[in-house]
Design a protein around this ligand. Structure first.
Ligand SMILES: *Cc1c(COP(=O)(O)O)cnc(C)c1O
Length: 356
């Protein structure tokens, strides 16, 4: 740190992303990207229109995208805010709604950006432990004064809660916000977007990074009642009004419109997830029930960090978190069938080798 850094940041700790090796030599199953390229319609749209117009600013209202997302979900464009990745949306939410009296409440095991944003803005975080099976106990949140943020499905556990539980949260917290981070919702959970018409305290956050094959384009969205969407837009327009560039805007519209490609890919991921869970269990792993494009698994005979390292030596990159309660687990993204077969071969080798 330099001597010039703001005193606000003395205790800030940045988010640590999963490894992004530049040499591409790994079987990369560590950051939950899609193994499939963007839709051919996305590639075409980007090639044709947007590159030639890059001398001009992008549309600060993001009209093409918000119209398209609103139509997809049967809501109004005024209910949609686009972000440079859903991480930017989360940042907007912390800036717009958190202060000395309203911090945030979330589970002990969840997305690592939440505590990072709280420390950045000196916001109180109230942490409720998941139960012994890594399930969220909704009742924990009944008496909190803080806004509630839940990833559904949760990360890195991959476990989803039903919409009825989200409803309970919304009803027990009418004086606070309930933010539902649906980064993985397309792989098997129920989306809460339709509930924004009923609840004025709900914000749903989604991303194009996982199910829509656009991690590198950086695109996310928030869905909420008009008043909340306006508040989020206040921060967006005050910090980065051109946050969605032309190329990403064109890509995002086609990624939504090509429903056939989207449906096919998510079905494939869900099938491959079943295949992966099965062979992991055969190899002695316990696998949490996944509604996401990754599985969270542990093997009582092998240390999590050891498996992570041994896999990396064999060219397979998975995610390991050196954190309490989950240090024996691996978070494994669901890639193509070939990628998962590569994982299977490497794991078999490690496990058999160890026992010899
Ligand atoms: C991947 C992820 C995000 C961030 O997605 P981007 O849109 O790429 O910024 C947000 N929340 C959770 C739970 C995620 O896993």
């Amino acid at each position: 740190m330099s001597k010039f850094i703001s005193s606000r940041l003395y205790r800030a700790e940045a988010y640590v992303p999963g490894e992004q090796p530049r040499d591409m030599k790994y079987n990369k199953l560590n950051t939950n990207e899609s193994p499939f390229p963007p839709s051919p319609r996305v590639v075409k749209a980007v090639d044709e229109a947007s590159v030639k117009a890059l001398n001009l600013y992008s549309d600060p209202t993001c009209k093409a995208l918000t119209d398209c997302l609103a139509a997809y979900y049967g809501i109004e464009p005024c209910n949609v805010v686009c972000g440079n990745g859903s991480d930017e949306i989360l940042n907007f939410i912390w800036q717009a709604f958190c202060d000395d009296t309203h911090g945030v409440a979330y589970p002990d095991i969840t997305y690592g950006l939440y505590p990072v944003l709280s420390s950045l803005y000196n916001i109180d975080s109230e942490v409720f432990p998941l139960d012994e099976n890594f399930n969220i106990n909704i009742e924990d949140y009944r008496n909190t004064d803080n806004h509630v943020i839940i990833a559904n499905p949760n990360a890195p556990t991959a476990i989803a809660i039903p919409l009825s539980e989200i409803r309970k949260l919304l009803e027990m917290n009418t004086g606070r916000l309930v933010v539902v981070d649906e980064a993985y919702v397309d792989f098997g959970a129920q989306s809460a977007v339709s509930l924004i018409k009923e609840y004025s305290n709900l914000i749903v956050v989604q991303t194009f990074s996982k199910s829509r094959s656009l991690a590198g384009a950086r695109l996310g969205a928030a869905f909420a009642c008009k008043e909340l969407a306006n508040d989020i837009n206040l921060i967006r327009n005050s910090t980065n009004p051109y946050n969605i560039n032309r190329i990403t805007m064109a890509a995002g519209v086609e990624a939504i419109n090509d429903t056939e490609y989207f449906e096919k890919n998510r079905r494939t991921i869900i099938e491959t997830r079943g295949y992966t869970a099965e062979f992991l269990q055969k190899l002695g792993f316990g696998v949490l029930p996944s509604s996401a494009n990754f599985v969270f698994a542990s093997n009582k005979d092998f240390d999590g960090k050891y498996l992570y390292t041994a896999l990396k030596e064999r060219g397979v990159l998975v995610r390991h978190f050196s954190l309490p309660r989950i240090s024996n687990y691996l978070r494994i993204s669901i890639g193509s069938r070939e990628q998962m077969d590569g994982l299977y071969i490497a794991l078999k080798e490690i496990i058999n080798g160890e026992k010899k």
